[in-house]
Design a protein around this ligand. Structure first.
Ligand code: ZN
Length: 435
């Protein structure tokens, strides 16, 4: 069984909107109260509170609070679980020698939502015709119309209610029997482009996949809007003479809401684009290679505000995109693997030929800067675009990984996991490899 997520947008009536807001408030207070309890118990006894102990507390609280008693019991436990996970995450990072922030109290305005564990317990999905749209039953609210469609039919398992930019969504996990996806027959490797979305190398040559124009335009609009909002905030700070707790005018409130909606829209369209491109790649290629993500190849330049936007819109994409390809390749049973970036150094190494059966594979004496858009090899004289070279290095790497095997031999539905032999690990300056 596989799990797949589908997001529905909720269309609550006026009374249901009030009800959803009340539930959000109850879960937010439960979260903050449980956090307070963890801190109190630790301060008094030096002992932490376990998730199980907090669930027992919840049972008691439900007996004395009509609000909490009206909540679905399992959904309350899910909220406690989220707090538990926040603590686990915190302790794990402390153990790794990092300095994480302590789990925080959350204001209602930024509280994300709540979840349910079991289909039929507090919630029930009634999909419409052909699994499209339909209604979602929520305990205490009744049937709420929803819009959305699962890519693959399945049985609902869990549900998260999400409040984002003034709208309500339900993220439903479906258990899916099996997914059949068409598998391509070509071989291809790609690298991230700086100006293009991807540079793709195949045995026939290289191609680029551009960022869609509408997203570029929206990004400009997003930048403009966010500057407008920060100008307004700055003005309000000047007028009130305060840094924090500035009075928010109706005008500013509207601008903030508009910005949040635009943000959500761009993120949604970006995700659709990633789904589309990853599906196209898997449909065309039976073997796909790329480089593993490192922090370094995810950070981009720009001013701090621009970096902030880029980070949110772009930097989230590579990880999401690779996950999408991984999943889709698995569904199609095709070969997919990520090269170890640090050892292979695809942007530095030369893909050029040193003979009919071997690659130059040289690393430059001086490291290429991000601003060097050209690849110019001092050893073999190969000259091409930087992204093109990187994609071709990845293709060479992939060919050695497949080592002359026919695609039908590697289509066992999996890919190699361990790096073997000499392929890329211990290469030095001018070491040539057989391809
Ligand atoms: Zn070379």
């Amino acid at each position: 069984m596989l799990n797949r997520k589908v997001t529905y947008r909720l269309y609550p009536n006026a009374a249901q909107k009030v009800g959803l807001q009340e539930m959000l408030g109850l879960h937010q207070r439960l979260y903050n109260t449980a956090l307070e309890e963890r801190i109190r118990v630790y301060t008094e006894t030096g002992q932490g509170l376990s998730f199980a102990a907090q669930c027992r507390q919840l049972t008691q609280w439900r007996q004395s609070s009509t609000g909490l008693a009206s909540l679905n019991a399992q959904s309350g436990q899910v909220t406690l679980k989220r707090l538990h996970l926040a603590f686990q995450h915190f302790f794990r990072r402390v153990k790794n020698g990092e300095t994480p922030g302590f789990p925080r109290f959350k204001p209602l305005s930024r509280y994300p939502g709540w979840g349910y564990k079991t289909h039929g317990n507090g919630w029930k999905l009634h999909p419409g015709k052909e699994g499209k749209h339909g209604r979602l039953y929520l305990q205490g609210l009744g049937l709420v119309p929803v819009r959305g469609k699962a890519r693959t039919a399945g049985t609902p398992v869990t549900c998260d209610i999400v409040h984002k930019a003034g709208r309500w969504y339900a993220s439903v996990t479906l258990a899916v029997e099996s997914i059949s996806r068409e598998r391509g027959t070509e071989r291809g490797a790609f690298d991230w482009g700086l100006t293009d979305f991807l540079t793709l190398a195949t045995p026939e040559g290289t191609e680029t996949v551009a960022n869609p124009r509408h997203l570029r335009n929206q990004l400009a609009e997003l930048k403009r809007m966010s500057q407008k909002v920060s100008r307004k905030v700055h003005m309000a700070q000047e007028v009130s003479g305060r840094e924090q707790g500035v009075p928010v005018s109706a005008n500013l409130r509207r601008a903030i809401a508009h910005l949040a909606r635009l943000h959500a829209k761009v993120a949604r369209q970006r995700k659709d684009f990633l789904h589309q491109i990853s599906a196209e790649l898997v449909k065309r290629f039976g073997a796909i290679g790329t480089e593993a993500l490192s922090v370094k190849n995810m950070v981009s330049g720009g001013s701090s505000r621009k970096r902030g936007l880029n980070r949110e819109i772009h930097a989230a994409s590579p990880a999401t995109f690779l996950q999408m390809i991984r999943t889709k390749a698995e569904e199609a049973g095709s070969w997919y693997e990520e090269a170890p970036t640090r050892e292979l150094k695809p942007t530095q190494r030369c893909h050029g030929p040193c003979g009919p059966q071997c690659a130059c594979w040289a690393l430059p004496a001086e490291k290429k800067a991000l601003s060097d858009r050209q690849h110019q090899c001092p050893h073999c004289g190969t000259a091409c675009g930087r992204d093109e070279n990187a994609a071709r290095v990845l293709l060479r790497w992939m060919e050695t990984r497949l080592a002359g095997q026919e695609l039908s031999e590697v289509w066992s539905g999996g890919s190699f996991t361990a790096m073997t032999g000499h392929s890329a690990g211990n290469e030095h300056e001018t070491h040539a490899i057989a391809v």
